[in-house]
Write a new protein. Sequence first.
Length: 192
Amino acid sequence: MSETLSTPRAGPSNTSGDKSNTSPLPIPPLARSQSHHSTASKASKPISRTSSQPPTNREVLLLLADAESAVRDLRADVSLLNSQLSFEQDRADNAELKAKEACLRFKEANDARVVSQSEIVRLTEELRLYKDALEQAQKEIFRAQGVMKDVEDRRRDAEESAAKSRTRLRKLMEEKMIEVAREEGRKQGLQE
């Protein structure tokens, strides 16, 4: 803190020993706490008075010196407290920044997890559709294979039937030719 405290100083009029201008008010000694630095002079101890007379200039100067020493100690304490406050404020700001960064990382990770989950759901649905399409295609293939087998069986049956028909026709034609030849031979025999 740059704030300065004004302390009363003894003027030249007080050094003459003229007590007509000074008020006869007693000046209480400054109480010093145990936490203050021990840099004050030995004159900082309270002055014990046995009479009710006003303090002398020397006693006033000692009290002023004691007050200035106490002010210096207080200023040092305030400066130290300000340093500690600044340090703790920096620590708090740093902790708050880290907390914000952690929250941001958590949010990003959570958003990525949500996106991944929705992507998994989408891919699972696509996989199910592909499986259904594959099963349907396999059924169509099996049905087409059955139709082809049926057609092949019919073709084979037709070929076998045609072969039998050709064989029977050939036999009939041979028998007919034999019959015609016999008839021709019989006719020739009758003519002779």
